[in-house]
Design a protein around this ligand. Structure first.
Ligand code: NAD
Length: 342
């Protein structure tokens, strides 16, 4: 029997997770919620998802807009084995206290929630087994996911003495018209270090890491400049081979015409990816370099999609559907048509 999965918040992340779950053999979507009736609600119904109102008082609004709803979030919770909370940041913890905990329902939260909201933070390749059987788990943010994937791969070659990362963050998602900046570079946070390093340590607690972050006027992807001091001698060829063989990391090359985040997004379109997504972390081949014991590389993160396969694996871990992380990662990646690393 397939695991019954519900999505609370069918927005940027929620709609992608819904499609990724639907593509798996061992799980299905039993319903999704929207806070308000709008075109996304209509499209969810058109795709065949059963729609529920995230806020019960809004049910009449859906009816008035001619969008069929099956009931409220509470009704949906009664029908699922696990709920994926994809509501706006900081709403997840409220939903946990009001709905999931009283009903003793398993729930996955996203990176917009504080780590204390859940019993564990999750990144499939780095710490899958820590979430097996847990009730509340948080899939870390898009930036943290990107850093964990590549730092975990590096760690398999040598223990890390120190990592320093500058994050150049996108100002908004493509659909967000009220966010910025339009013409500025904004230190965010202006304090150093940024919160991203401690967030990586919720997954890789033994990695000393310091991060600095700015926001820039782009909507396509985040960009990381990564410097890692290694304890053992490693060659750049070993690093490149490791990245090549690692799940959800894609080597791209300026030589091959990928000189920018814009060209990565074009590649995703050409690959025929749903919504032009690039869930793999893209590392520029030419940027991978060793100077003494220090490793350098540059990577790009598609913020709207890199956490999506992580949510699928997190479901398998929490429900105990698969104990072996690599088997789950492969199942997810095959179903989503991601890079063939196996
Ligand atoms: P979004 O605004 O695109 O979607 C949120 C959805 O939740 C909307 O469909 C909205 O209708 C619904 N909603 C609003 N209030 C709700 C409530 N009280 N209960 C349930 N649903 C409600 O947001 P998003 O970008 O998908 O972000 C969701 C979570 O994922 C956040 O924690 C965010 O930090 C995290 N995240 C976002 C990105 C990104 O780049 N967009 C990347 C990684 C993680």
């Amino acid at each position: 029997m397939k695991a019954k999965v519900a999505i609370n918040g069918y927005g940027t992340i929620g709609k992608r997770v819904a499609d990724a779950v639907s593509a798996q053999k061992d799980m299905e979507i039993v319903g999704v919620t929207k806070a308000r009736p709008n075109n996304e609600s209509r499209l969810a119904v058109a795709k065949g998802y059963k729609l529920y109102a995230a806020l019960p008082e809004k049910i009449p609004d859906f009816k008035k807009a001619g969008i069929p709803v099956e009931g409220s979030l509470e009704d949906l919770i009664g029908k699922c084995d696990i709920i994926i909370d994809c509501a706006p940041g900081k709403s997840g913890v409220l939903n946990k206290d009001k709905y999931y905990a009283p009903k003793n329902k398993k729930a996955i939260f996203q990176g917009g929630e504080k780590s204390g909201t859940a019993q564990a933070s999750f990144n499939a390749i780095s710490n899958y087994s820590k979430s097996i059987g847990k009730q509340f788990v948080r899939v870390v943010s898009c930036n943290t996911t990107g850093l964990c994937r590549t730092l975990h791969a590096v760690e398999e070659l040598s223990p890390i003495a120190n990592a320093r990362v500058t994050l150049i963050r996108r100002g908004a998602d493509p659909k967000e018209i009220d966010e910025g900046p339009i013409n500025a570079i904004v230190p965010n946070p202006v304090t150093v270090p940024s919160h991203h390093g401690p967030d990586v340590q919720t997954i890789l607690p033994h990695v000393p890491i310091t991060t600095i972050a700015v926001i820039v006027p782009t909507t396509l992807m985040h960009f990381h400049s990564v410097m890692v001091e290694l304890k053992n001698k490693v060659t750049k060829e070993q690093v490149l081979e490791k990245f090549e063989r690692s799940p959800r990391i894609r080597l791209v090359s300026a030589d091959d015409g990928i000189t920018s985040t814009a060209e990565i997004m074009e590649l995703a379109k050409e690959l025929g990816r749903s919504r032009s997504d690039m869930p793999e972390i893209c590392v520029w081949k030419e940027s991978v370099n060793m100077q003494g014991n220090e490793l350098f590389y540059m990577q790009a993160i598609h913020q709207e999609s890199d956490v999506v396969p992580e949510n699928v694996d997190c479901i398998r871990a929490m429900l105990g559907l698969e104990k072996d992380p690599m088997k789950s990662i492969r199942m997810t990646d095959e179903a989503m048509g991601l890079k063939k690393w196996w």
